[in-house]
Design a protein around this ligand. Structure first.
Ligand code: RAM
Length: 343
């Protein structure tokens, strides 16, 4: 190649590299919003479960001819979600779906959003009923809580202490599930007399803290099972239990794509979840039905949520309303291979 050609080729490669860098680094949230945009606010930027919700949210927005935008706080501090909501009000989005890091801390800003005409749903982790039009409920919280604790009971044959490793202290969804775990134990005192819940720990949906909390729990010889109702925490717990060859049983909620190894090698006895992609999909369709006037979020409202079919708004346990996605799926050694590529 002649020197001149080599020089031109070098300039071309340089320009392409700069351009590609710009494209990759450009924050999609900085782009100018279309006139009709629905925003999804994640619990945290590092939580990959949230990205599965957004996958479905985005797909539903595309089907409905609406733009979608993903916003994620860097920490689990509720103020960061409040700041994001203020920005979205300014930007003039038409709908907000938020997986809340605190049930009550977003009330004022979400009411401001609704007052300005933005439709609001909470998804995965609820805000209180006055701060949303409706909540998107993944599966019955009563059933989730009771199923998790009774599976832990079964895994240890009813003999030994059970610890819970949750996410953050203020997470509405995990707290509700833990409430039902405790209820199950209280309502069946004889059954659980030798398998009490002895501690609730918090890993903050952070791998490092979930790891050190699991290590700490394993120091307690009374603990024979750990229930981890969070996809982030259960991965950390699986790693610690496997690496320490511990006989402590692991039960919880998690994604098959991340946990198949631990289920196949027996570290995690049973795990449950619903379809996270469908959860996000349902949230976007609910926003669309609110915007189109098919529903107002009141009990008895009915709408069609794309490929999920007809959905009905029902009352929740807090006096607000919710739209239920479906049921829990159990993952174990026998079926995990069928699920690990799904989500
Ligand atoms: C974590 C989050 C989320 C929860 C899932 C199961 O990703 O805490 O809120 O629903 O786990």
């Amino acid at each position: 190649m002649k020197a001149k050609n080599r020089f031109l080729a070098a300039i071309l490669i340089f320009c392409m590299t700069v351009l590609t860098g710009c494209i990759q680094q450009s924050d999609p949230t900085e782009e100018k919003l279309s006139d009709n945009t629905y925003a999804f606010i994640s619990k945290n930027v590092q939580n990959s479960y949230m990205q599965k919700l957004y996958q479905g949210f985005n797909a539903a927005c595309r089907e409905a001819g609406v733009s979608a935008i993903y916003k994620a706080p860097v920490s689990y501090m509720p103020q960061e979600q409040a700041d994001i909501i203020n920005e979205l009000i300014e930007a003039g989005v038409k709908g907000i779906a938020v997986a809340a890091n605190d049930e009550n801390a977003l009330t004022e800003v979400l009411q401001k959003a609704m007052d300005s005409g933005i439709k609001v749903v909470s998804v995965d982790s609820a805000v209180n009923a006055s701060a949303r039009q409706v909540h998107i409920q993944q599966a019955d919280p009563d059933k989730i809580g009771r199923t998790l604790i009774s599976s832990a009971y079964d895994a240890i044959g009813g003999q030994g202490g059970i610890a819970i490793l949750s996410s953050t202290e203020h997470a509405t969804n995990q707290n509700l599930w833990i409430e039902y775990m405790k209820k199950e134990v209280e309502e069946n005192p004889e059954k659980y007399s030798s398998a009490p819940i002895i501690e609730v720990a918090y890993g903050d949906d952070d791998i490092t803290k979930s790891t050190s909390e699991t290590q700490r729990l394993l120091q307690n010889p009374e603990i024979k099972a750990i229930v981890v109702p969070t996809s982030v925490g259960i991965m950390a717990a699986g790693e610690v239990i496997r690496n320490s060859d511990s006989a402590v049983k692991l039960i919880g909620l998690g994604m098959p794509s991340q946990m198949s190894e631990f289920i196949e090698n027996g570290t995690c006895q049973k795990m449950y979840l619903w379809n996270p992609v469908d959860t996000g999909y349902l949230a976007a369709y609910a926003l669309n039905a609110l915007n189109g006037g098919q529903i107002t979020g009141a009990e008895g409202d009915i709408f069609t949520a794309g490929s999920l079919g007809e959905k009905t708004v029902t009352v929740d346990t807090t006096g607000g309303t919710e739209i239920m996605l479906g049921d829990l799926v159990e993952f174990n050694k026998d079926n995990i291979s069928e699920w690990k590529d799904a989500f």
